[in-house]
Design a protein around this ligand. Structure first.
Ligand code: G6P
Length: 368
């Protein structure tokens, strides 16, 4: 526990930090949205509009949940700024002798700012002349210092090993970065205004998603005895599924596998039976009908389906429908993640796990 940062009546830090997310998001947004010009200002980013326009590619690097948050960010950059973007585990990047693209913007993502693999990736990039910014929570940390420029997450202290509010503020920061990159390109001011409004509404939307707690707790109790679970998603739902599976594994020790929905039929569908629940992520995008087909495929093999959705679905589509509140669809990944945090939390609680100190894990990994 760090200084005066206590539990304030919460049973553990994971619970406290999940509850703090609306406030953390407010802090992450404060002073950064520009309603007049329908863009974002990221003061720690030393790139003028010409330099922003010169960015030809964006690559997010991080480990664990920071990597999955980076994948969410890459999707936002591609859709809002129409720049090719992807995410890669920093640990892979540093070891594979990467081609460093001088026209790319690299984003080093880390809550602690101390993860050795991510720091080493930054050092490798800088040695090869790559342009790298940090997306870091802890001010003064090694990665923040090494990058020299970037965006602080302002999530506040995160104690729980399983990251929740830091991941959410990473996504918020990347939405602002995508907006900024979009607005020096072809993202219209009307579209920019819509995203600014969506970001302003996000804290309340997350607050309302947290109110799904009782429903998710019931679902967790119902499925806690499962040996395995699938988390399925496509496009913007896919990194959400990956982070949801990671969270469940970390705190409950239930084996979870995230899979791209359409790839299921190419192999893993063989695993589906009555004891293998699938959590299907449904953002409000063009792929709702495709996601309904995925649910059909799982149900037809007798697999229980838990839909976590940002659109209304027929009750018959799934065994359980967890509906998050409406908002701008580009920001759905940030809201759809909330019930997945709650699912991991309540599954761990139902199984009597030590939620803040999962076995074998450390809050930050500063060794090879
Ligand atoms: C550890 C933690 C993960 C975390 C990862 C990256 O493995 O157990 O929860 O996502 O490090 O940490 P960072 O501080 O760089 O975001």
């Amino acid at each position: 526990e760090s200084g005066s940062y206590g539990l304030d009546g919460h049973p553990d830090f994971m619970r406290k930090e999940m509850a703090e997310q609306p406030e953390a998001v407010r802090r992450a947004l404060r002073g950064r949205l520009d309603a007049r010009f329908a863009t974002a200002h990221l003061g720690g980013l030393d790139l003028d509009p010409m330099a922003l326009r010169a960015v030809r590619r964006v690559k997010f690097l991080g480990c664990g949940s920071a990597y999955y948050a980076g994948q969410i960010g890459a999707g936002m950059v591609e859709s809002l700024a129409r720049i090719p973007a992807d995410a890669e585990p920093a640990s892979e990047f540093r070891y594979r002798n990467p081609v460093v693209d001088p026209d790319a913007l690299y984003v080093a993502v880390s809550q602690s700012g101390e993860t050795l693999d991510t720091l080493a990736a930054v050092q490798e990039l800088r040695r090869k002349g790559g342009r790298v910014m940090g997306a870091v929570n802890v001010v003064g940390s090694a990665i923040a210092r090494e990058c020299g420029s970037g965006v602080f997450l302002h999530a506040g202290p995160e104690i729980s090993v399983a990251s929740t509010k830091a991941v959410t503020t990473m996504g918020v920061s990347f939405a602002m970065l995508a907006l900024l990159l979009g607005r020096v390109r072809d993202l219209s001011s009307a579209a920019g205004t819509r995203i600014v409004g969506g970001l302003q509404a996000l804290p309340d939307r997350i607050e309302a998603a947290l109110e799904l707690d009782a429903q998710v707790a019931e679902v967790a109790q119902r499925y806690a005895k499962s040996q395995h679970m699938f988390f399925l998603g496509r496009v913007s739902g896919w990194p959400v599924a990956r982070e949801g599976a990671q969270k469940l594994k970390e705190v409950s020790y239930v084996h979870a596998e995230a899979y791209q929905s359409a790839e299921l039929k190419h192999g893993p569908i063989a695993l589906i039976d009555a004891d293998m629940p699938s959590v299907v992520i449904v953002p409000n995008d063009d792929l709702v009908a495709k996601n309904l087909i995925t649910m059909e495929q799982v149900k037809a093999r007798g697999g229980p389906v838990i839909a976590v959705t940002a659109v209304d679905l027929p009750a018959s589509a799934a065994d359980v429908v967890i509906r998050v509140p409406d908002g701008e669809p580009e920001l759905d990944p940030l809201v759809l993640g909330i019930p997945l945090q709650l699912l991991a939390y309540h599954t761990a609680a139902a199984l009597g796990r030590d939620i803040d100190k999962p076995r074998n894990l450390a809050k930050s990994v500063t060794v090879e």
